[in-house]
Design a protein around this ligand. Structure first.
Ligand SMILES: Nc1ncnc2c1ncn2[C@@H]1O[C@H](COP(=O)(O)OP(=O)(O)OP(=O)(O)O)[C@@H](O)[C@H]1O
Length: 272
């Protein structure tokens, strides 16, 4: 197969975020510098509350940094854009649209006749791959949580964004569906040359999907470690039983637990 061009990509340069609250500023990220190359998929792990979602919101253009710069595809992020597909953990689907209309939503506006045919084919492809073909005319309220999340994933994939931004997108899925969705994502990344940033609590998921795993420190999140994942691009389920994966999982889990303990100690400190 001819290699597809690598697309998308992100750059965070010395990015800090402090949220304004009634109790004063809450620092969430501190001096984070990270590059996701075009076509590269990077996972971020770290203790709860360390700033992972904040990092993703910056890339999505839903939040501006207090200092530092964020670019997507080489362009400064000034807000949300079609070049970035965002998937959150909470099945963000439109309740008044059918499954099929939800999946095709991002394609509707630009459709001329040739595009409309292409659009239908793409929507049908993802309805099928997500196991949702039978439910194409169903409204989201009639679907399980896991099915709604598959609709949200399909809606992001179908528009072929250069960069996918994913915040715990597989957390609510049963373990078999999760594995199937991992493989589908790997296929999308390979076929479309898509770059991405994945936030996950699962070190194993991070290692199975990503080229690099970033460990964030206790709040305010700093980069504690960046681990290269030495498994190449072709991943399969045999990897999950490999000693190499187990060793890396152990190393990364130890770092996350170390930061978790620091975070817990910080949270117990009386407010100044
Ligand atoms: N809108 C907000 N206003 C004030 N503080 C916020 C806001 N959003 C997040 N925070 C705080 O910023 C810190 C980082 O939050 P963030 O959601 O990025 O962490 P996280 O690593 O994604 O957490 P989790 O793994 O639990 O989802 C937390 O202390 C959180 O309470």
């Amino acid at each position: 197969m001819t290699a597809v061009p690598a697309r998308g990509g992100l750059s965070f340069s010395r990015v800090s975020v402090a949220y304004d609250t009634s109790r004063g500023p809450v620092p969430a990220l501190s001096e984070v510098s990270l590059t996701v190359a075009p076509g590269e998929f990077v996972a971020v792990v770290g203790p709860s509350g360390c700033g992972k979602s904040t990092l993703l919101k910056l890339a999505a253009g839903l939040l501006a940094p207090s200092s530092g710069t964020v670019t997507a595809g080489g362009v400064p992020v000034a807000g949300p854009g079609a070049d970035r597909g965002v998937i959150f953990q909470d099945y963000a689907v439109f309740p008044w649209l059918t499954v099929e209309q939800n999946i095709g939503f991002g394609l509707t506006l630009s459709a001329n006749r040739a595009e409309a045919r292409e659009r239908e084919a793409r929507v049908a492809h993802y309805l099928d791959r997500m196991g949702l073909a039978e439910f194409r005319h169903a409204l989201p309220k009639t679907l399980s949580g896991g099915m709604k999340q598959r609709v949200a994933l399909a809606r992001a994939y179908v528009v072929r964004p250069g960069t996918l931004l994913m915040d715990e997108p597989f957390g609510a899925l049963d373990s078999q569906t999760r594995l199937a969705m991992h493989d589908l994502l790997l296929g999308v990344l390979r076929q479309e040359g898509t770059a991405g940033l994945l936030i996950t609590h699962s070190v194993e998921e991070a290692l199975y999907l990503a080229a690099r795993v970033v460990v964030l420190s206790a709040r305010p999140g700093r980069i504690r470690a960046v681990m290269e994942v030495p498994f190449g691009r072709a991943r399969d389920h045999a990897l999950l039983a490999s000693p190499d994966l187990a060793r890396l999982k152990g190393e990364i889990t130890a770092l996350v637990m170390d930061e978790y303990r620091r975070q817990t100690a910080l949270d117990r400190r009386p407010a100044a």
